[in-house]
Design a protein around this ligand. Structure first.
Ligand code: ATP
Length: 728
């Protein structure tokens, strides 16, 4: 597996030196101080050794060619180990694996695998995968053969685990533990993020609840608004039609009343019929009165004539009885009375004249009556009576005519009165009609005024409706104002619609109180919720991976424990065998350190057992020596060789470097050592640094290392005889 070692500037190898290895034991020989051990250290170095002490140095500088009087110092030491990887022992897809480490004077190291820079950790893992452990159990330095005997039980255990190839489990476990730690950190981080997020999320949830309530209110508003608006629209349309119709009707009625009224008024102003009728009536009454007066005068006249006639007749009768009649006193008195009467009655000149004529006539009649004898007298008297008779007849005749005339005039007056009354009745009728018309005109005007008020009310309601729609639209969106129009408003009291409006207002106020649509809050809530869900899912994933890591760790522990106890048993068998071979009997075995105070708890006991250090128990043949400290130097070397070989046999390392491990062996043991090398070489490549002839004889390839005046180690391939010579 080991193909090549290239050294440049490392310790005494100032110049590039290449050691080729074939699949057999390689011996490195040379005089003291020529640089053989530096080769073994070059291996350690390249494999990532961190302990300067195990490379016999104090500082990094000690590893770099320090210069000589001929060759100046180097600034960099580099070693490359080239492995054959055709069987893929290294878990890397290359046929050859070159592991390189370089160190600089400032102490920094650079690692690379096949020329690519890597971390030390990558080198360690790669090596562990091929069972090349870091405890260096496969590189036994000079004088360190019994290192494993001197090591503490705990370190011994580490070496044993390393040799058994269990380091891989340890790496895996450490890796798992690291991952677990990181996972736990992440869990803590996610938990703290969630804790931070929780109050904000709660706050947002409350906000969203509020918004959802607002959504509910909005939906309610939409429902109420749609119903209200549809009804209000229908109501207003109906009202407009009604008012329009009623206005039209009222206007028509008003026009009819007004025109009738106007025509009545006009007739009244041009009407003279009444005047005429009343004048005619007055005229007719005056006629009747005049005729009545005339008749009264005539009746008096008739009375006077009849009185005169009666007096004449008496006088004639007296004359007949007393032919000479003296002038009777009564006649004289009558005459004087007549005269007086005439004079009294004469008021105007014409009347005076008429009265005088009458008086003259009276006197003449008186004289003639009393101035003639009785016969004459009688005759006179008779004539007078006759004349009076005539006069009376005339007067009666006249009265008869007047009476007729009076009757006629009374009739005419009555008719005129009737006509007037009839006319007055018509007038009253007219006035009643006018009143009625005025009333209905006023009524219609009132109705029109009321309708105008209704129109204003409708306009006000329409304005309010528009505002309500705008408001509802703003609060609840277009849906609030998108509705099926109604053919007619429901038949209900207006209170019902007013109640709807109040309900709408209540919802509006509540909605306004909840504030805007909160899109930003919803968005933030959504994002926060998603973030929380993401964190929860992440936490879940993390918890799962933590659980599977714990499981992996416990599996690894179990496997480690299992492999360890199996390996321990195998190593013990081989150890016992090699020991008995070396010492010609006796026995040796590795035992686990007694765990303290952990017997009761099984788990702790298990863990303690797995972690328990390793003790070495030996029993030499024919000797009662049990403690390692009591062994001789050679015995110690033999014991540790037996153990190293046992470990290498159970889990053969790809190569084993033994730096003068055989130094303390006597001839017999050198042979046994040689046998064991042959045995080991079947499974591992061996590089032995030796001065021992026996050992050299077992090697297939021999390298001689020399150092000239320049202090530089040089390498040469040598034959066995040359090697023996060189070694000397
Ligand atoms: P021995 O057979 O006595 O064990 P060896 O062949 O193993 O000897 P090494 O111990 O490998 O010899 O080599 C030691 C030599 O390497 C010394 O001469 C020392 O001066 C030289 N050396 C060690 N470190 C450096 C360095 N940094 N620069 C130059 N030379 C160095």
């Amino acid at each position: 597996m080991l193909k090549r070692l290239e050294i440049v500037g490392f310790k005494s190898f100032a110049k590039k030196t290449v050691l080729d290895f074939v699949n057999t034991t390689t011996a490195i020989v040379g005089p003291n101080g020529s640089g053989k051990s530096n080769v073994a250290e070059a291996f350690r170095f390249a494999l990532g050794e961190q302990s300067m002490k195990s490379m016999r140095g104090k500082r990094a500088e000690d590893l770099i060619w320090g210069g000589s009087h001929l060759v100046p110092r180097a600034n960099r030491a580099a070693v490359v180990i080239v492995f054959d990887n055709s069987r893929r022992q290294f878990k890397i897809d290359f046929d050859e694996v070159a592991i390189e480490r370089a160190v600089f004077r400032d102490g920094t190291s650079e690692y690379s695998i096949n020329g690519s820079r890597v971390r030390l950790r990558d080198i360690e893992e790669l090596l562990a995968s091929a069972n090349i452990g870091e405890t260096g159990h496969h590189i036994i330095s000079q004088g360190e053969a019994d290192r494993i005997l001197l090591a503490s039980p705990r370190d011994r255990r580490a070496m044993l685990e390393d040799a058994l190839g269990l380091k891989m489990y340890e790496f895996k476990k450490q890796e798992a533990l690291k991952k677990l730690e990181k996972t736990d950190d992440n869990i803590a981080q996610v938990n703290s993020l969630r804790r931070e997020l929780a109050p904000h999320l709660r706050f947002l949830e409350k906000q969203v609840e509020r918004l959802e309530r607002a959504d509910g209110l909005r939906a309610e508003l939409v429902k109420l608004a749609q119903a209200y608006f549809a009804i209000e629209d229908a109501y207003l349309a109906h009202e407009r039609l009604r008012v329009e119709r009623e206005k039209h009707e009222a206007s028509e009625r008003l026009a009819v009343a007004a025109s009738e009224l106007a025509s009545i008024e006009e007739r009244e102003t041009t009407d003279t019929e009444g005047l005429k009728l009343s004048a005619a009536a007055r005229e007719a009454e005056r006629d009747a009165e005049r005729i009545a007066m005339e008749r009264a005068a005539l009746a008096r006249e008739i009375g006077r004539v009849e009185g005169a006639l009666a007096a004449a007749k008496e006088r004639s009768a007296r004359v007949a009885r007393e032919p000479y009649a003296k002038v009777p006193r009564e006649d004289l008195l009558t005459l004087s009375h007549e005269v007086n009467k005439q004079s009294e009655e004469a008021a105007s000149p014409e009347a005076v004249r008429a009265a005088l004529t009458e008086v003259a006539k009276l006197i003449r009649a008186f004289v003639s009556r009393f101035a003639s004898p009785a016969d004459d007298l009688l005759a006179d008297e008779e004539r007078a009576a006759y004349a009076l008779e005539n006069e009376r007849a005339e007067l009666l005749d006249k009265d008869g005519r007047l009476s007729e005339e009076h009757e006629r005039s009374k009739l005419a007056a009555a008719r005129a009165r009737e006509s007037l009354a009839a006319y007055d009745e018509t007038g009253r009728e007219m006035r009643r009609r006018t009143l009625d018309l005025a009333q209905s005109k006023a009524r219609e005007e009132n109705a029109l005024a009321a309708l105008a008020a209704s129109e204003r009310e409708i306009a006000r309601l329409a304005g309010a409706l528009d505002r309500d729609k705008a408001e509802a639209g703003a609060l609840a969106g277009l849906a609030a104002v998108s509705y099926e129009p109604l053919a007619a408003a429901p038949e209900e009291h207006r209170h019902a619609q007013e109640e709807r409006k109040r309900a709408l207002e209540r919802v509006k106020i509540r909605l306004e109180e909840t504030g805007g649509t909160g899109e930003d809050i919803r968005q933030e809530h959504k994002e926060t919720k998603e973030r929380e869900a993401f964190l929860a899912a992440e936490l879940d994933d993390l918890a799962k991976s933590a659980a599977s890591l714990r499981e992996l760790i416990s599996d690894l522990d179990a496997e480690l424990a299992k492999h360890f106890s199996e390996g321990l048993a195998k190593v013990n068998t081989a150890f016992g065998g090699y020991f008995a071979l070396m010492f010609g009997g006796g026995g040796a075995r590795l035992t686990l350190e007694e765990a303290e105070g952990a017997e009761e708890d099984e788990e702790i006991a298990g863990d303690a057992q797995r972690r328990a250090g390793i003790e070495i128990a030996v029993s030499l043949p024919k000797k009662k020596v049990r403690a390692l400290m009591q062994l001789s130097g050679g015995e110690r070397a033999l014991t540790s060789i037996a153990l190293i070989f046992a470990m290498s046999q159970v889990n053969p390392p790809p190569f084993l470097i033994l730096d003068e491990t055989d130094a303390a062996l006597d001839e017999a043991n050198s042979r046994r050592y040689g046998d064991m090398i042959d045995n080991l070489a079947k499974r591992s490549q061996l590089i032995v640094i030796t001065h021992n002839r026996e050992t050299m004889s077992r090697a297939g390839v021999l390298y001689g290392v020399t150092m000239g005046h320049d202090g530089i180690s040089k390498l040469l391939s040598v034959k066995f005889d040359e090697a023996v010579a060189v070694a000397k």
